[in-house]
Each structure stands twice: as structure tokens, then as C-alpha cells.
Ligand binder design. Sequence first.
Ligand SMILES: *Cc1c(COP(=O)(O)O)cnc(C)c1O
Length: 505
Amino acid sequence: MIYHASMAEISYHSTRSGAKAPDCSLPFSRALVQGIAGDGGLFVPSSFPRIDIGDSGLWGLSYQELAERILTPFLSGFSGEEIRTCISSAYSDDFRSSEIAPVHSCGSSHFIELYHGKTLAFKDMALSILPHFLQTAVKSLAIEDRIVILTATSGDTGKAALEGFAGVEGTEIIVFYPDKGVSEVQKRQMTTQLGENTHVCAIEGNFDDAQSGVKALFADPELRELLSHRGYRFSSANSINIGRLLPQIVYYFSSYFRLIREKKLQPGEKINVVVPTGNFGNILAARYAGEMGLPVGRYICASNQNNVLTDFFRSGTYDLNRPFSTTISPSMDILISSNLERFLYEISGRDSAATASLMEQLKRDGSYTINRSMREHMENFYGGCADDQATVETIGTLYRDYGYLVDTHTAVAYRVLEEYRRSSGDERQALIASTASPFKFSRSVCRGIGIETEGLDDFALNHLLAKQCGQALPEPIVDLEQRAVRHKLHVDKDGMKSLVQELLP
Ligand SMILES: *Cc1c(COP(=O)(O)O)cnc(C)c1O
């Protein structure tokens, strides 16, 4: 494979100031370490390299080889050697499938299983490589401060970030999770985390409280100043970090190529992509893949009862003024989808003033409406939602019809796909992002396939579920209930700042 060195290097700029603003065209390493742009906007790549789907030399590449091919143009400032090291360290035997992201087909629906990493959720796909990116960037920028990763989690990010950063030289990681709204298994995964540089704290409230609390910490100049004196520098592992987004492009291509190899797809044939969506990171990565040449028909954005995105795709109005629901797919219990800002930037024709103005309206009124031209540019998106009852039913249907077990998030996606197929008549083959192992959400999965859950905790249910469907319990959670709880911190939103100061002496 020849990589054209003559290609203009990709740089990164803010969605709110654009590429022409001074000091706003950074190499990957800087955008990565900074996390969020100085004007509050999100970093976006200056261009998207093309991947030629018809190039049969790509079809048989391993996941790692394909990742190198896709990521290299984005990683400006990294040497080829550094890129290969990042990729091989991340996508290693830590994954329980040598394919990294295997595909399971049920008729014309193809599930990309993104949960074979250490924490059993798709966050591992990006968070296993992000720490290696950061280490490389910090070295190349000759930064001497300790990097502090501050993260708010709706359940899966926190654990994946903890695993990714645990023991990584020169870093500290602090994870805040909402005390209401993560599953028992998710909570135990986090509170038992090993590693001297890991810190975990429960926050009174829901995910949006935790996320806005973390955003406030990032934006606090006094705190930044104080910690800088102590030799620390904040960085983010949330999906607003461009380093989280880029690795997620890879598996959309790897799945497509696999379906070509299996002769289920003709090269160039369009496919629909269905993503259970929270912060809009995963589906945005699919859109970026489309920009790079992946032949996508429709992007189907699936939500649970927190269906702010469904309404947005149907009406063009994004409106936060609605109740927040706690559901059985907690990683999608989100009203503020941060990555949507990057999408607005694209559909406005990369208009930073328009993007900044919409974000301003969101902050001021809790809502905004996009203009006609932007709506026209998102016609290849479809939004749908499924409530908890439909989700549980769908788990049962898939198990009965195909003997295939999915988690609650993936079930939301499949349900929305079915509804989309019925209402549109578009029966095109579909790639579905399967984002978590069913064993992470065993209570709802058991209910779906008719296992009595009364009086049993999630750990007991895991064992029961494994037995019932003849699968071994995934290794990372086999003895979870016996591990010692190491993290017992609990504060309200106002206590976050002083806690961070205590944790970083
Ligand atoms: C994070 C997560 C999602 C949502 O992904 P976004 O990139 O935030 O849209 C969906 N399902 C699971 C299991 C997750 O962990």
C-alpha cells in the first residue's frame, strides 16, 4: 500500500471559529491534548482522506492494518512507527476476538459486535487507543505536566477510560458517574478498578449533571491555574475529544469489507447504518466514514425514551425542554448530545458562525431550529426511538427468531431499524452498531427472553443467563461480585471542584 506523503496534512480547527481563525489550525497532537477548543467549540479535521472501496487490496486487511491505513492521514505529527505502536498496543489480545470487531449476520441485518474489549462495551474501541495517542502527543510536545483525565460517564465510558489509563505513566484519571442511572454491573466494574492513578466518584443526580459539572471544571480558570502550579494539566477522554472519534471510523470500513469478502455485499453497494445513540459520537464516526467514501444509504439514529434526537431529525428543532427519563439503556440517557455540534458544522457547509450561533441559542433558550438548507443536508438521516417495553420485546424476538442475544442498547437500534424498514419500504442491508455485551445488562435481557428475575441480583442473573444460552460468561466480569470495592467517594455537584483539588495535591 502506498501512502501519499504529498497529501496536505490534516489539521484541526474549532467548530465555532473555523479554519481561518488565528491560532486555530492545530496538528492532531495539540487538538488531542487540549480536548476542547479555546472558544468552547469542538475540534474537527480540516479535510477527510478518501478510502477507495473498490481497491480490493483493502478488503483482506486485518483490523490493525486497516486502522493504520485509515488513521495515518489524521494523525498529523505522529511518525509511522508511533502510529503502529499505538495501534498494536490497543488492538491486542485484550480483545476477546482476533477480529477485534466481528460481524454477526441475522438475515440482512449485520451486527458489528463492538464489545469484545476489556469492559464489554464499544467505548473500548476508542478508549483502548486514546491513552497511547496521548502519551505519544505529550512526548512529542515535550509536556512535563501530569495529564489529568476528567470524565463524566453514563456508565460505559468511565470504565473503559479507567481501564485504558490505569497505570499509564504520567497520567491521573478521575471519573464521575451519576449515582442514579448506571447498572449494578457497570457500577461494580468502576468501583473495583485497580491502579494507583485511578479515582472514581459518584455524583448526586443524572448524567447531564455529571457532564455539566465536568464541563464547568474544565472551564474554571482558577482551578486550571491552581493545578498548573501543582504540575497538572487537564485533558478529556469524553467523546468530544477528537482522539475518541477517529478510531471509531475504522470499524465501519472493516465491517463493510468483511461483508464484501463474505459476498454479502457488492463493492460499492449502499448499506444503511444503524446506531444506538447518546452523545452522537458513534453515529458521527459513521458519517465521517461516509465522507471518506463508505457507501451509506441512510444513517439511522436510534434513541430510547430520551428522544430529543428523534424529534430533531423529524422537525429540525432541538429542544431540551423536556423531562429526562432513566431507562434500561442508560448509556443513551442523554439530552445534550455534545457531538451534534460537529454534525451541525458539516450540514451548515462548515459555517462556524452559524454553528456558534446555534450553540449560543441552545445555551440561552435550551433549544434551536436549523434552517432549510441545513435540513436538506441531513435528509440521509432518519431518527427513531423505542421505549423500554419495546426494547425488552425486541430482545425476545431476536433471540427466538435467530438465537441471537443482544443488549438493551443494540435492541433499541434493531427496533428502530424494523420500524424504519416498515415505514419506508427501504429493505437495504443494514450494519447495526452492537454496542454492549448482553451480560452488562442481564436483568433486562433475562426479562426479554423469559428468565424469571425476581429476587436475584444482576450477578446471579449473569450466571443464569450464561447457562440458559450456553455461553461462557465473558472473562472480565466472571468474578466481579467478589472483587473488593476500592472507590467509595460520593459528592454533590457543588463538591466536585474541592474534591478534584484534594485528589491532586
Ligand atoms: C456510549 C454508548 C452508546 C452511545 O454512543 P454515543 O457515541 O454516545 O452516541 C450506546 N450504547 C452503549 C452501550 C454505549 O456505551
